[in-house]
Design a protein around this ligand. Structure first.
Ligand code: ADP
Ligand code: MG
Length: 300
């Protein structure tokens, strides 16, 4: 049995609907639930039991979770510590939400990324000492946001000081990166969706209206639906696969950008990627595959 944890069991989004459809088509049973519908029972039986408020005791082989909200975290942690197989594993899920953690792994694995300085709770005066203001352009971004929020760039020290003081969340953690340019090409990045170690879907996203940010949430244009993962350069795909493996994720949406040297660099892996209808079925298939492996490993 496959447990699908969502924030609203009654009105699941399109992704969840397509995942569930795929699971059902495979013949596996599937229960969609919210975290507040579950109890964990610690009854000296040797395993944390899951009690669903309507279904009674359930024994999932795999738990696929797509929930935000801090209140869920203890339940997810307890489930994983209790021996249940979560997709994504929580470590990968946390790393996928934290660019500073990702970079530590990319660094260890030799996965190309922009030069970056990470600082937490540090004054501007102390940070600027470690930056080179002679012609270098820097991108500033929070380590734990997304969708291009609070991502800014400058080549001027005075402007950087202003940005830093006007963006309180930088104090909680800021990445200062070399700006990767690929002019005269249009500004773009690749989003590679990796599931179960395979590049399943992907696209190129182009900045619009003179914007340098390429996020779709910032007005970036996704190339037509016919554009597929096979149109993305092989080097960018290989980087995305390595980045996903490095963080230990079953699935990830990886942002890869080209530098002025024509080489590719990983910007980030995303834990809640905007997987659409095309990607949902791949995710469903992967969940089924893992569930079958798990039940072969420990038949209940
Ligand atoms: N070092 C960089 N060089 C050039 N462009 C960057 C750099 N970092 C971020 N960007 C631009 O900003 C966008 C958002 O950055 P990203 O690291 O993907 O964070 P998020 O999407 O989580 O906000 C990217 O899609 C890219 O267009
Ligand atoms: Mg991004």
């Amino acid at each position: 049995m496959i447990l699908v944890l969502v924030t609203s069991a009654h009105s699941p989004n399109r992704l969840i609907r397509s995942v569930v459809q795929e699971i059902q088509a495979s013949g596996e049973t599937c229960l969609i639930s919210t975290v507040p519908s579950l109890f964990l029972l610690y009854d000296n039986s040797g395993r944390a039991q899951i009690l669903h408020h309507q279904q009674g005791m359930i024994e999932p082989n795999v738990i696929f979770h797509w929930v935000g909200g801090r209140q869920a975290y203890s339940t997810l942690d307890a489930l994983e510590l209790g021996g249940y197989r979560l997709i994504n594993p929580l470590n990968a899920w946390r790393i996928g939400r934290n660019k500073a953690m990702q970079l530590a792994l990319f660094e260890r694995e030799g996965i190309a990324h922009p030069w970056t300085l990470f600082a937490q709770d540090v004054s501007w005066a102390r940070i600027t000492d470690h930056l080179e203001w002679d012609g270098q352009e820097y991108v500033f971004k929070p380590h734990n946001a997304g969708r291009g929020r609070d991502v800014q760039k400058t080549r001027q020290e005075r402007m950087a000081a202003n940005m830093y003081s006007r963006t309180p969340r930088y104090r909680e953690g800021v990445l200062i990166q070399e700006y990767l340019d690929h002019a005269p090409k249009l500004r773009h990045h690749f989003r590679v969706n990796v599931i179960g170690g395979e590049p399943v879907t992907g696209t190129e996203i182009r900045a619009t209206g003179g914007n340098w940010l390429t996020n779709q949430a910032q007005g970036g244009d996704i190339l037509s639906p016919e554009y597929g993962v096979e149109d993305i350069p092989g080097d960018a795909i290989r980087l995305a696969l390595r980045a996903t493996r490095a963080i230990g994720a079953d699935y990830s949406g990886v942002d890869v950008i080209e530098g002025s040297d024509g080489a590719f660099y990983v910007l980030e892996t995303n834990e809640f990627p905007g997987f659409g209808e095309r990607t949902g079925p791949y995710l469903g298939k992967h969940i089924v595959e893992v569930a079958r492996q798990e039940s072969a490993r420990s038949p209940s």
